[in-house]
Design a protein around this ligand. Structure first.
Ligand code: NAP
Ligand code: SF4
Length: 682
């Protein structure tokens, strides 16, 4: 697969696009992503370095994270705003860096409306959103006029800062979207009621920006093509607005999918690649300006295919640009198999942003840390042994080898990947194959001496190596309850490697990330004869014909999820299941299992396992779950014995990283970062 990828020339992807006053060098747009860098020390330098790296990597057009045109429009109390000259210096610094690197950059203007997480939030009407505790203040007619002026002023300041244009954020449920639909707009004045009135706000904004900023300025409008909420826009309204936005002077229309409050996953890893390009294609014949397709476009061949099939003129990649700043250049130079692919996990990007932490990337810890994590070649290369080819051992080996060290990587297994090899077989987590492919290619490229099927001894390690890195990972925790040694009690590794060993009724002990993954795997049922996108849209109630309900929702949500297995997912805690899962994806995992009828039982005590099944106590009462199989997902223990042995031998220059060092809260994100950090120090 990797070779095929590199052999392609991606002719559509690299065809320049003339947009009137200027030409984009290729069809790849870096989509807008908030990074949280604006709010940290040295923020401007760090943002500039982050965008500069992507511009150098060859992306055709960068769209910045959202910047508010006024105080009320901020997403959170300290989010960025551009409404006066005092911030021009910072923005000029950013645009200069991008232009020097050969890139083009437009600034996204985002007014959060009722999504504003602060008491000054405004909206068309006083209707609170389900995702913010603050009820918005309804804008007066004067307030609406003033907001339009603020958008225009913001665009003028962006132009003065050197941006090549702006993107007007009209989707994802933010202010403009709130004006467009009766779900949130109950106004009786010229901004509410008929669709003509409701769509007046974005039209006036785009018209005003075009008049103020002139022809030589890019205006991208992010059009909500699929709201995925009740009382969202109808398809006729979407098309009508698209045509009006074109008339108002926009240069490009970007696609917006789903309000933030929608309960349908739109970018999580279980969403099939390119699952939404069909929406963009639907509007293609209705407008004459270029269109951008979005969401889950993470490889050059997926991007090329969208363009080749005529779904859009450009493709937007947001998270994949965090995962690999050189995505474009690698595809162009026939090195697509070297691309570090975004796996759609959200763990280090969106989950961080929602916790007010700086965004980064699980597979690429350098993202947004370009000025903090700097890789330099070493003057005196060392011989380094690494034990364990899981996430931490792999990231360490590749980065240390890039610096010039001579690295030998040992693993007792017959393939690299460690715990990733369990994740990759879970339905919806197939993207982990890409990370393993990436590391395989990188080990080879940087000359790491890989020794699989090798149980390395302390003697071998002691002689011949200047530094030893133990990255031996984890092993499943064993329980002490009676009956644990029975044949029908499996570790999660055994169950994942061999699901056919699991009976028709099963109790899963432990509802952490792995308990959820195992339940997903065991509850999954293939529906034959449907393609991936069709299965996904059916499963989540999306209406591809878009002619029944508003917002693209399907009326028929009665789908058949009857399971082949009866599954109990158990935990001792009394908190809701999956509380510790990712902030932006935990609800998807919960909803998925609930739909399939997995029974969540919390607050249990495990008593014993016998011929009858698993005996538990809950609320002081004993009960037996009559199951064929028990799968234990009760966390892990560190594989640190080798480290302890070497330490006892008085060996110096030994290091321990990843799960081998610390199991609590160590996941792939921390393990990979651990590996990179040590490699930059050693
Ligand atoms: P985990 O998240 O720590 O969950 C293990 C669960 O087992 C605990 O929630 C605990 O729940 C239970 N447990 C612990 N000790 C037990 C004992 N002695 N007896 C019975 N139950 C016990 O660990 P994990 O699921 O193995 O995951 C390992 C790491 O990988 C974690 O950092 C996790 O976040 C990460 N991961 C993440 C994802 C993801 O999708 N984001 C997926 C897989 C793994 P109770 O104490 O309440 O019973
Ligand atoms: Fe993609 Fe995960 Fe990285 Fe986010 S953290 S950019 S979803 S790989």
């Amino acid at each position: 697969m990797s070779d095929q990828r590199s052999d392609q020339n991606y002719e559509n992807l690299f065809r320049p696009l003339n947009i009137g006053h200027t030409t984009l060098k290729n069809r790849v747009v870096m989509g807008s992503m908030h990074t949280g860098l604006e709010e940290v020390k040295n923020g401007t330098k760090r943002i500039a370095a982050y965008y500069e790296a992507r511009a150098r990597g060859g992306v055709g057009l960068i769209i910045t994270g959202g910047i508010s045109p006024n105080l009320a429009g901020r997403v959170a109390p300290f989010s960025s705003q551009l409404s006066g000259k005092k911030h021009l210096k910072d923005h000029k610094f950013i645009t200069q860096k991008v232009h020097q690197a050969g890139g083009k950059i437009v600034m996204q203007i985002l007014h959060s409306g009722r999504y504003g997480y602060h008491p000054f939030a405004v909206g068309p009407s006083r209707i609170k959103s389900p995702i913010s505790p603050f009820s918005p203040w309804p804008l007066t007619g004067r307030g609406v006029r003033k907001t339009i002026k603020d958008f225009i002023k913001c665009a003028e300041l962006a132009k003065e800062s050197g941006y090549d244009g702006v993107e007007v954020m009209g989707s994802e449920g933010y202010l403009i979207n709130q004006f467009l639909v009766t779900r949130t707009n109950k106004r009786k004045d010229e901004w509410g009621g008929s669709y003509e009135n409701r769509m007046r706000l974005p039209i006036e904004i785009v018209k005003g920006i075009r008049e103020a900023c002139g022809e030589n300025f890019i205006i991208v409008y992010r059009l909500s093509m699929l709201d995925l909420v009740d009382q969202g826009s109808s398809w006729e309204e979407v098309v009508r607005l698209g045509k009006e936005i074109e008339k108002a002077g926009a240069s490009i229309i970007n696609t917006g999918i789903g309000w933030h409050e929608a309960r349908i996953p739109t970018i999580a890893t279980m969403v099939p690649r390119a699952a939404y390009s069909w929406v963009t294609k639907r509007i293609k014949s209705e407008v004459n300006i270029p269109l951008i397709a979005v969401n889950r476009i993470n490889t050059p061949e997926v991007a090329e295919n969208i363009l080749k099939e005529g779904h859009s003129d450009l493709v937007s990649l947001a998270r994949p640009m965090l995962a690999d700043p050189d995505f474009v250049i690698k595809a162009k130079e026939g090195k697509a198999d070297e691309i570090n692919t975004c796996i759609g996990c959200n763990q280090a990007c969106l989950d961080h942003v929602f916790k007010n932490k700086v965004a980064s990337c699980l597979v690429n810890p350098y993202a947004c840390f370009e000025t903090e994590l700097v890789l330099k070649k070493v003057k005196n290369p060392k011989k380094v042994a690494v034990v364990g080819a899981g996430p931490s051992g792999l990231s360490f080996s590749v980065e240390a080898a890039k610096r010039g060290h001579e690295v030998t990587l040992f693993d007792r297994g017959d393939e690299i990947g460690g715990q990733f090899n369990f994740a990759k077989v879970v339905p919806g987590k197939e993207e982990f194959h890409e990370t393993i492919r990436y590391f395989n290619v990188m080990l080879k490229k940087h000359g790491v001496n890989l020794k699989l099927n090798t149980e390395v001894s302390t003697q071998e390690l002691e002689s011949g190596f200047d530094e030893i890195v133990i990255a031996a990972g984890v092993r499943p925790r064993k329980l002490t309850i009676e009956g644990f040694e029975r044949e029908n009690v499996l570790s999660y590794m055994e169950a994942i490697n061999n699901p056919s060993k699991v009976g028709k009724s099963v109790a899963v002990i432990g509802a952490g990330g792995i308990g959820f993954d195992v339940s997903e795997l065991l509850s999954h049922r293939e529906v034959k004869g449907r393609d991936e996108v069709e299965s996904y849209t059916n499963e989540w109630g999306i209406d591809q014909s878009y002619d029944e309900n508003r917002g693209g929702l399907s009326r028929d949500k009665k789908l058949d999820f009857s399971m082949e297995r009866e599954i109990y997912l158990l935990q001792r805690k009394t908190t809701p299941h999956g509380k510790g899962l990712g902030k932006t994806t935990g609800w998807v995992h919960r909803a998925n299992l609930k739909k399939r009828g997995v029974k969540f039982i919390g607050g249990v005590e495990y008593q014993k396992i016998d011929d009858k099944g698993l005996h538990i106590q809950k609320g002081g009462e004993s009960q037996v779950l009559e199951v064929d199989t028990v799968v234990v997902c009760a966390g892990q223990l560190s594989n640190n014995d080798l480290y302890a042995k070497l330490e006892a031998l008085g060996k110096e220059n030994i290091h321990i990283i990843g799960g081998a060092k610390e199991v609590t809260e160590v996941d792939a994100k921390k393990a990979i970062r651990n590996g990179v950090e040590l490699a930059l120090k050693i």
